[in-house]
Design a protein around this ligand. Structure first.
Ligand code: SF4
Length: 311
């Protein structure tokens, strides 16, 4: 909880720098509370591209802030915690793309999850998020789609879009991969009427026991609007803040209960982004994001194509 003095300073700094704060659902609660917009990767990318301001503070990990800078090159983009990175964003060997392009030629599209470096995006044909991946892959004209870097989201799309030949890479999110189906099953025994809601970055054996599979914002929506009183959630714990906020706003506080696996899924990278750091980066104008111009054009093209195809 930030004190009154710090909140006043924050309001003054925002005004002085013409700043808008974007935050992902996985960052610390007090950083979410300072944000003008809180959302998942897709929502935040759309906002970054459309908001009118001089300074964007991106409370998230590196690839998100870089995407914001690509989509708004004339804005100053600041990262409250510049060392917050996503390990999955680096899990690809260039040879994987080269080999697939050689094998399938023009009938191959490389679909790149936004959780990736700019270099990976630049090598790709289109970006996707977990909220729009199915729609975009279905709309691609090519039959063969190399999905990078996340094998689990790629596998989920493979199951949902059987008309395409989805080729998988071996990347993964360490936080979602660690979600243990045995712990989910224990919760299912304890709360037999609960809706099990999981993210497609989880392994397939976790998805197999779910009632709902969807993006972070999809899971939040399912929990807020569902008629069940108990929900078992298979994604990062940070979503609870937004779920509880919206459930309270709907007048359902105390009527719904949310349960996470015993080994709480916390993204150590996202959780280093705190409210104090949001204020500090605006005070010092620190953590400015610069993108490597050698990859910027290609990465921007893949991101822009995502925004066009997802409509
Ligand atoms: S939750 Fe997983 S995919 Fe998301 S930033 Fe953390 S490590 Fe990366």
């Amino acid at each position: 909880m930030l004190d009154k003095e710090l909140l006043e300073e924050f309001a003054e700094l925002k005004k002085r720098n013409d700043a808008v704060v974007l935050a992902h659902y996985y960052v610390e609660d007090d950083a979410q509370d300072l944000a003008d917009y809180v959302g998942d990767s897709y929502f935040l990318a759309q906002k970054a591209a459309s908001i009118d301001c001089k300074t964007l503070v991106f409370a998230g990990v590196e690839f998100m802030a870089e995407s914001a800078k690509l989509l708004s090159p004339n804005k100053r983009v600041l990262m409250p915690e510049p060392t917050a990175d996503c390990p999955m964003a680096h899990m690809l060997r260039k040879e994987t793309i080269d080999e697939a392009r050689e094998q399938y030629g023009d009938d191959l599209a490389v679909a790149c999850y936004v959780n990736s470096t700019n270099q990976m995006k630049a090598w790709s044909d289109v970006c996707v998020t977990s909220a729009n991946a199915l729609r975009i892959v279905e709309r691609l004209p090519q039959k063969n789609v190399l999905f990078i870097p996340d094998q689990h989201l790629g596998h989920y799309i493979q199951q949902q879009v059987p008309s395409k030949n989805i080729i998988l890479n071996d990347g993964f999110c360490p936080t979602h991969e660690a979600i243990d189906v045995a712990e989910i099953r224990l919760l299912m025994q304890e709360y037999p009427g609960a809706a099990v809601c999981v993210h497609p970055e989880c392994p397939s054996w976790v998805l197999d026991v779910a009632d709902y599979v969807g993006s972070t914002s999809g899971i939040i929506e399912r929990c807020v609007t569902g008629s069940e009183s108990d929900y078992i959630i298979g994604t990062v714990y940070g979503v609870l803040h937004e779920i509880e906020r919206r459930v309270a706003a709907a007048g359902d506080a105390g009527k719904k209960h949310f349960h996470f696996p015993a080994t709480t899924p916390i993204c150590p990278n996202m959780r280093r982004v705190t409210g104090q750091k949001v204020v500090a980066c605006l005070r010092d104008l620190s953590g400015e994001v610069f993108v490597d111009q050698s990859t910027a054009e290609g990465a921007r093209r893949a991101l822009t194509r995502m925004l066009e195809l997802a409509v």
